[in-house]
Design a protein around this ligand. Structure first.
Ligand code: GLN
Length: 476
C-alpha cells in the first residue's frame, strides 16, 4: 500500500473530505518519515514542538489545504519560530510576526511543521551553504538536493511534507524542484507578498511553491497569492488558475533548439515534453532567447548590490547575535565577521563595490542595461508565443562538494532560471523523467506576466504525458 505521506496533497485532501482519514493520520505518517529519514536527508532546520491538529471533520467551507502538513523555508517568518535563514548571524532570533503567505496558509487551515533547510540567506544552488546543515538528495545520497530551497524540495519529494514554501531569487525553487523530482512554481514577481520574507535581492525575490503535482502547486499558489497592503509591490490582479484551454496555445521554442544543453537525456525529455504539448493541440513557434551568459553576469551584479544593502541591517544591534561595547563599529565588524558565511561575505563585498562610484556604478548601469535587454527579448518572445519551453538545468543534481571550489560552475547551474527572474516572469518546473544515473530531469515552462493559469495548464499536459513517478523509497 502507498504510504499516506507520499500521496499528492489533493488526494490526501479527498481522504479528509470523505472521512477516510483525519489530519492526525496525515501528520503521523509525515512525522514517522521525519523521524526515520530526516537525520540522513537534512530537510528540516527546526521542527515545531506542537502543531495544533484539528480533531473535527473539515468544515463545509474547508479547501484542500485544511489539515495539510507543510514546510516553510527558514527565511519566511512564522511568529515565534527561529527563522535564522541558515545563518549564524540570526541564530536565536525569533520572528516577531507571520509572513503574509504564512497567514494565508493558516487561514486555509494548513499545518505548518517547521522550517526547511536552505543556503544561507538563499545564496547558493545546492543547500550546502548553511552554517550547520547540508541537505542530501533523496534519490542519491551523494548528490545535492539543489538550492537554495533544497530542504523543502527534498521534504516534498521524500514524503516529509505535502508541500513547501520556498523562495526564488534566481532559481531557488525551480532548480531544487528539478534536482529532487517535484513541481516548482515561481510566480510572477509581486504575485505573492514579500512581507515576512527575509530580503535577499528585493527586486528579484519571490515566494514560490514546491509540491508533488501541478494541481497541488496550483492549490498552494491560489492560497498565498494576492494583494497585501504591507507590500506595495504586491499586485491585486485576480489569480486565474481555473481551467485554461490549452488547444491553440503557442509554445515558444528557442530558435535552433536548446542548443548546448549538455545532457542528451535532458534533450530527449524536452523533445518529449514538446511532443506531448503538440498532441494536445499546441502550436510551436520559434523565438529568440536572451543571452544567458550576459543575464547571469547582470544577475550577479544586481543581486550582489541589493544583498549588500539588505544585509547591512545585521549590525549586531537590531537582529540576532549582539556584541555590546563602547565602539559600535568594532562591534558590528565582529558580529558580521563571525556571523556571515564565506559566500555571503563575498556577495556583500562585491555589492559594496558595485554600489560605489565610479567603477562600480558603471558596472551597475551596464547590468541594468542587460536587464532591460533581457526583459525586451522575453517580451517579444512572449508576444509571438504564450508559453516558452526551456530546460530548468543542463543536467541532473551534481555531487555534494562538486562545485565547492568552483563558484563560477555553481552559478552556471542557474543559467536557465536566472534570466526569467530578471524579467519577473512566472515559471514552472515539471519533472519529466530519469537519467541513467537514477536522478530526475525536468523542463521549465515560462509564462507571460500574471499568466500562471496558462502556465499551470501547460504544465498539467506535460505532467500527464510524462507519467513521472518517484521511487518507492529514498536512497540512504
Ligand atoms: N543560486 C542563485 C544564487 O545563488 C539563486 C538563489 C535564489 O534564487 N535564492 O543567487
Amino acid at each position: 500500500m502507498t504510504d499516506l505521506a507520499r500521496i499528492p496533497l489533493n488526494e490526501a485532501a479527498r481522504l479528509l473530505r470523505t472521512g477516510a482519514a483525519v489530519p492526525a493520520d496525515l501528520l503521523d505518517a509525515v512525522r514517522k518519515r521525519i523521524t526515520t529519514l530526516d537525520g540522513t536527508l537534512g530537510c528540516y532546520r527546526w521542527l515545531a514542538p506542537d502543531v495544533a491538529v484539528p480533531d473535527r471533520p473539515p468544515p463545509a467551507a474547508a479547501g484542500p489545504l485544511w489539515g495539510m502538513p507543510g514546510a516553510v523555508k527558514a527565511n519566511i517568518c512564522r511568529r515565534d519560530w527561529p527563522v535564522d535563514c541558515a545563518s549564524r548571524i540570526l541564530a536565536g532570533w525569533h520572528a516577531p510576526y507571520d509572513a503574509h503567505a504564512v497567514s494565508q496558509l493558516d487561514a486555509a487551515g494548513a499545518l505548518l511543521l517547521g522550517t526547511s533547510a536552505m543556503d544561507e540567506f538563499g545564496m547558493g544552488s545546492s543547500t550546502e551553504n548553511a552554517y550547520d546543515l547540508v541537505t542530501r538528495n533523496p534519490w542519491a545520497a551523494d548528490r545535492v538536493a539543489g538550492g537554495s530551497s533544497g530542504g523543502g524540495a527534498a521534504a516534498v519529494a521524500a514524503g516529509l511534507a505535502y508541500f513547501a514554501l520556498g523562495s526564488d531569487t534566481g532559481g531557488s525553487v525551480r532548480q531544487p524542484a528539478h534536482c529532487c523530482g517535484v513541481v516548482g512554481l515561481k510566480p510572477t514577481y509581486g504575485r505573492v507578498s514579500r512581507s515576512g520574507l527575509v530580503a535577499h535581492a528585493s527586486s528579484l525575490d519571490v515566494i514560490g511553491v514546491l509540491a508533488r503535482t501541478v494541481a497541488d502547486a496550483a492549490t498552494v499558489f491560489e492560497t498565498i497569492a494576492g494583494h497585501d497592503p504591507a507590500d506595495s509591490t504586491s499586485c491585486s490582479d485576480p489569480v486565474a488558475v481555473p481551467n485554461v484551454e490549452i488547444r491553440g496555445t503557442r509554445i515558444g521554442i528557442p530558435r535552433g533548439g536548446w542548443g548546448d544543453v549538455t545532457s542528451a537525456e535532458q534533450q530527449r525529455d524536452l523533445d518529449g515534453a514538446l511532443r506531448a504539448m503538440l498532441q494536445a493541440g499546441v502550436e510551436p513557434v520559434e523565438v529568440d532567447l536572451p543571452p544567458l551568459d550576459l543575464a547571469l553576469a547582470a544577475y550577479a551584479v544586481i543581486a550582489a548590490a541589493e544583498t549588500s544593502a539588505n544585509l547591512a541591517r545585521y549590525d549586531g544591534t537590531h537582529f540576532g547575535s549582539r556584541h555590546d561595547g563602547p565602539d559600535h563599529g568594532a562591534a558590528a565588524r565582529a558580529v558580521r565577521s563571525a556571523g556571515f558565511g564565506l559566500e555571503v561575505k563575498l556577495r556583500v563585498l562585491a555589492g559594496a563595490y558595485v554600489l560605489s562610484d565610479p567603477r562600480g556604478g558603471d558596472l551597475l548601469d551596464r547590468a541594468f542595461a542587460v536587464r532591460d535587454l533581457v526583459c525586451r527579448i522575453f517580451s517579444t518572445a512572449l508576444e509571438l508565443s504564450d508559453v516558452l519551453l526551456l530546460p530548468t538545468c543542463d543536467g541532473p543534481a551534481f555531487r555534494l562538494g562538486e562545485y565547492a571550489d568552483d563558484p563560477v560552475a555553481m552559478r552556471n547551474v542557474d543559467r536557465w532560471t536566472v534570466p526569467v527572474s530578471l524579467a519577473g516572469l512566472p515559471a514552472l518546473t515539471v519533472p519529466t523523467g530519469w537519467c541513467v544515473e537514477g536522478l530526475p530531469l525536468s523542463c521549465q515552462l515560462v509564462g507571460r506576466s500574471l499568466d500562471e493559469g496558462r502556465l499551470l495548464a501547460a504544465g498539467s499536459v506535460v505532467e500527464a504525458a510524462c507519467g513521472f513517478q518517484l521511487p518507492a523509497e529514498v536512497a540512504t
